[in-house]
Each structure stands twice: as C-alpha cells, then as structure tokens.
Design a protein. Structure first.
Length: 253
C-alpha cells in the first residue's frame, strides 16, 4: 500500500517556469521555513488590511465636504501608545520562532557522514571524507554542468550535472563548504540550505533528507561570467542503495 501511495506523490524539486511559490520541502528545516513564511504572511496581510482600513477611514473622514471646519485635535496619547506597543508585540511573536528555526538550522546533530564541497570557476568538487580509496585518499570527484547538446530526454537544461551528489535518506549529513578561487554559494532550495563558499574558510551546516528524490540547486553568489552554469544536483537514496553506490565508486578509484 505504501508503494501505491508513493506513485501518486509528485514533488516539485526543481525550478519551474514562472514559479511563484516554494519547491516542495525535503528536510525538517525547509518545512519549518515554509510554515514560518505562511505564519508571517498571515500577519502581514492582517496588518496591511488594518492599516489600509485606517487610512481609508481617515481620508474619508477628513474630506472637506464632510468636515469643512477643522478641529484642533493634534494628539491622541492612547492611540500613540497602542500603535507603538502593538508592532513591538508583533515583532516579538515573529522573533521567537525565527530564532528557534535559525539555531535549529545551524545545529549539527551527531553527523553520520561528512561531505566537503569546494566551489571552483565554474564547477563543484565533492569529497566524501569518511571513505578512502586503495591509495589512501578520500573519495572525491568533480561535478560539471551537462551541456545542452548532451542532454537526454527528461533532463533539465542548465540544471543537470555529470556527477551527482548522493546522500542517504533519514541520515544526518554534515556539509563543509569552501571555495578555491572566488566566492560561491552552495544552495539547494528543497533542503532550505544555502551557505557561502569562501576561499580560505570552512563553513559547515547539516542536512537531513526525509524522502528519496533528485534535488536541484545552483550557485547563488555572482562568481563570474559562468555563474549561471554551475548547478547542483543531490540524489537522495535509501541506505542500501547508498552503500552500493559508495562501493561502486570506491571500485572505480
């Protein structure tokens, strides 16, 4: 029954033409970001409607044909206190879940594996630090964009790569990001993950992918003339398939 249900689950894990909303979440962090966005949008709409109503009433009430004789009321202390305290309370309501989500996104929860990401002009390099080849070196490979002439049916233009990053689902993965030349940014929208790649510096965060799938991202830092041509593709698979993939990669080396 579970497999039958999965057949009808169609997820948006890549950008679409004229896309307005978020991509479907695949991590707890992205789920939290979407929920926080919806909550804040509710407050924004409520504030917009309230302020618009006040402005409309004020504009209508002070029309010359309705009130030709002006009054000498220049202060309303109670009203001023209210419209000072209420925005402060709204900011506090927004700040509490925002900080909780921010700290949760930065927290490393006993990672089971580590992936090092290095940005180059204009491609990505990946290193699986927990595995070694027969030569004693870490498993690593480069990931380049697939040119338009080499795309196969179903591949996404400007988003497909020759070597995908493969991670297991339901596993805490630490991602260490740096750059070899200029500033880059490793970003995957479905993960709610976006971290700068700075030369000479290591930035780290973690991901916990909850479902299998292929997730697309791009460099989100203007890094040069080919900035728009260094995509990111992460394939999340079951633990058994991940072990098989790692074994095949080590054999190739």
């Amino acid at each position: 029954m579970g497999n039958l249900v999965n057949i009808f689950n169609v997820y948006a894990d890549a950008a679409e033409s004229f896309q307005f909303g978020f991509q479907d979440p695949a991590t707890p962090v992205m789920i939290g970001l979407i929920n926080l966005h919806h909550d804040i949008m509710f407050l924004i709409i409520l504030i917009m409607v309230s302020v618009s109503w006040v402005l409309a009433r004020a504009t209508n009430g002070f029309l010359e044909e309705k009130n030709s004789v002006p009054v000498n009321v220049v202060h309303a202390s109670t009203l001023e206190v209210i419209w000072t305290i209420v925005p402060g309370l709204v900011l506090m309501v927004i700040a509490i879940p925002s900080f909780a989500l921010l700290y949760a996104a930065d927290e490393l929860v006993d990672p089971a594996m580590t992936i090092k990401v290095v940005g180059h002009q204009w491609y990505w390099s990946y290193e699986y630090s927990d595995y070694e080849t027969d030569d004693g070196e870490s498993l690593n490979f480069d990931s380049y964009i697939v040119q338009e002439d080499d795309l196969t049916i179903g591949s996404l233009r400007l988003l497909e790569v020759d070597n995908r990053v493969v991670v297991p689902t339901n596993t805490h993965v630490r991602v260490i990001v740096t750059a070899a030349d200029v500033l880059h940014c490793w970003a995957v929208p479905s993960f709610g993950f976006k971290i700068d790649a700075c030369p000479g510096r290591l930035n780290q965060s973690s991901i916990f992918v909850q479902r299998e799938g292929v997730y697309y991202g791009q460099c989100s830092e203007i890094c040069g003339v080919n900035h728009g041509f260094m995509p990111i593709v992460v394939e999340a698979v079951s633990l058994d398939n991940y072990v098989s993939w790692i074994s095949s990669k080590l054999e190739e080396c």
